[in-house]
Design a protein around this ligand. Structure first.
Ligand code: FAD
Length: 305
């Protein structure tokens, strides 16, 4: 069996694997797609000490670093079940069952898409999902935020400080964000809030040049010229496959303590699949390291059992 089996090969999983392997223990990584979300990312400018890099380049760096150690990488494999017996079992979609003394869940998350024309086509060409990451790329320009929940309104407040103008499009009749956030948003001079606004298309040529929406109260279609669209209608953790075995919050995020431990002894979690307060590369790597050191600590304490 493995001493540490990491499920997920994004920044959190790679960091966890390296920290485990450096303890000289038997380490494996199962990943559906090694690299994770950063494979879909263009510019990365907040990975501290690296002023600018690109997602695929960082992903290649992760893989190269992990391969420097004796880690058993099982890429293009999807985990479908976790069960705690004497050892922890991870069943893969191909039917194989992997056994390990400890497991680190690092399956990440995915942004919910609006599913309109132009969204996929202009991804990283004006369509963005992370204001902390891509906000500065739109300095002085006009942007829209789709979604009027907490994350959408937080994004709009953040972007209002960087960009020229922000339009918030909320599908429902009113914003759903906490009232303190709504008050702050309402106080900003360069923000327009549109409710009952159903986004129908993100337009552009080689990059985004506008957004079309239907005003659901009148049925009229409108178009706004702008340079960027931030989609903020939810981040979905890749945790459905865990069912009830691992405790999750209402958003589906795995609940961890400050050591990265879940409710099941020997099972830890890190990165975007966990209930960490913020979802970023540097945070995923940090929590991956935490979970890995905790798993090692767990193994030391349970060696004799
Ligand atoms: P992920 O990167 O999501 O990796 C999850 C891993 O688990 C993948 O290998 C996946 O294939 C695997 N997996 C999932 N389910 C299973 C399963 N059942 N079995 C096996 N493997 C599974 N952050 C920044 O800090 N700066 C940025 O500039 C930035 N820009 C971004 C731009 C875009 C377009 C996106 C989408 C995100 C961006 N982020 C950025 C966020 C950042 O990418 C994430 O916070 C980070 O990748 C999370 O790392 P993770 O390892 O927790 O999860």
């Amino acid at each position: 069996p493995f001493d540490v089996l990491v499920v997920g090969g994004g920044p959190a999983g790679a960091s966890a694997a390296i920290y485990a392997a450096r303890k000289g223990i038997r380490t494996g990584v199962v990943a559906e797609r090694f690299g994770g979300q950063i494979l879909d990312t263009a510019a990365i400018e907040n990975f501290i000490s690296v002023k600018h890099t690109e997602g695929p380049k960082l992903a290649a760096g992760l893989e190269e670093h992990v391969k420097d150690y004796n880690v058993d990488i099982m890429n293009l494999q999807r985990a479908k079940r976790l069960e705690k017996k004497d050892l922890i079992e991870i069943e893969l979609e191909n039917g194989a069952v992997l056994k390990s003394k400890s497991v680190i869940l690092a399956t990440g998350a995915r942004w919910r898409n609006i599913g309109v024309q132009g969204e996929a086509e202009f991804r990283n060409k004006g369509v963005a999902y992370c204001p902390h990451c891509d906000g500065p790329l739109f300095e002085g320009k006009d942007v829209a935020v789709v979604g009027g929940g907490n994350s959408g309104v937080e994004a709009a407040i953040d972007l209002a400080g960087i960009t020229n103008h922000v339009t918030v499009l909320e599908f429902g009749a009113e914003l759903k964000a906490d009232s303190v956030l709504q008050e702050r948003l309402n106080s900003l001079p360069n923000v327009t809030i549109l409710t009952n606004a159903q986004t129908t298309e993100i337009t552009g040529t080689d990059k985004v040049n506008g957004i079309s929406y239907i005003d659901r109260s009148t049925g009229e279609e409108h178009h706004i010229a702008l340079a960027g669209v931030f989609v903020q209608i939810g981040l979905v953790p890749n945790t459905d496959w865990l069912g009830d075995t691992i405790e999750r919050n209402r958003a589906g995020e795995i609940i961890v303590d400050k050591r990265g431990a879940t409710n099941v002894p020997g099972v830890f979690a890190a990165g975007d699949c966990s209930d960490s307060a913020f979802k970023q590369i540097i945070i995923s790597m940090g929590t991956g390291a935490t979970a890995s050191l905790s798993a090692f600590d767990y193994l030391v304490r349970h060696q004799s059992e």
